[in-house]
Design a protein around this ligand. Sequence first.
Ligand SMILES: Cc1cc2nc3c(=O)[nH]c(=O)nc-3n(C[C@H](O)[C@H](O)[C@H](O)COP(=O)(O)OP(=O)(O)OC[C@H]3O[C@@H](n4cnc5c(N)ncnc54)[C@H](O)[C@@H]3O)c2cc1C
Length: 295
Amino acid sequence: MKTLIIENIDPKKIGELMTVSRLFCDIPDIIALGEGQIPGLFGKAWQTDKTVAANLVSSVTAIIKQENYDVILMSVSTLGTGLAGPLSVALSAPVVTEVTFVHPDMVIERPVYGGKAIIKQKLESTPAILTIRRKYFETAKLEGTTESVLLDSIEQKVKLVAEKHEQTEGIPLEDADVIVSGGRGIGVSDNFTMLQHMADQFNGAVGASRGAVDEGWASPTKQIGQTGKIVAPSVYFAVGISGASQHLAGIANSKCVVAINKDEDANIFNRARFGIVCDYKKIVPVLTQAIMEDR
Ligand SMILES: Cc1cc2nc3c(=O)[nH]c(=O)nc-3n(C[C@H](O)[C@H](O)[C@H](O)COP(=O)(O)OP(=O)(O)OC[C@H]3O[C@@H](n4cnc5c(N)ncnc54)[C@H](O)[C@@H]3O)c2cc1C
């Protein structure tokens, strides 16, 4: 099936979409946004440094019609979310958002109800537009680079007035292999440094539940869950977090969840592979020390 990737120049995002594209074709084409070389080997490639989705709709639509693509792939991101709807209307094409799995014959899985259920949909017409959740597919190793032509005829419907970049110290949550997250059970803002110390031993990152963010102990940029970040680390430590469904929606693809909670009936234990029923203040320093000694 003829497949087009639309993505910012980011090797991780492009690598994940490349993996998905291989379920449909040998070599996809790409529309790459941003400056620099396009990583990976593609058939045809177009590029622009313009990144506002609303301004790209007509030029991207023209290319999809001209090249007759069957599948259009984008990440779940500001760009993907901004383009999927307008492209669907312009092309009269079905769109499936937040895709987490692709079966043969265009049967697509996506979570619904905040991750409590998975829906399977079979796409019966093309072109079909899919936005892919980050970290659910392997990042393909991208060999070489691809020469591109300029994506032209871009409209100016929306003017980008300013961009404010999130200030992140250390590893971004989305890329962290180990996350230590704190909830309302942490009790005081200062004790987040205890979690940071533990995360540092793993070269990991600190996250937070909305409970902790609402208390003002953690920045909203650290919130994990339905209205926060979707993460998929190898190990997720949930410390003083009750395990509300909205929080679990953000950690569904974590490989191993370790819960530390003093309430043995806390819902987080239903999601955890390992559970420690204890006051976190007793166990976190002990765990941190043990990890330090083990290195
Ligand atoms: C539309 C909507 C969207 C939402 N989006 C999100 C979201 O994106 N992310 C999110 O996290 N939530 C979200 N929520 C909020 C969610 O429903 C919960 O209210 C929130 O996750 C609770 O945070 P918490 O687990 O930290 O706090 P609590 O539910 O108050 O739990 C605190 C836990 O800490 C434990 N504890 C207390 N003291 C200790 C101690 N000393 N040692 C160990 N354990 C201790 C307690 O036993 C308890 O289980 C959303 C809610 C709505 C309605």
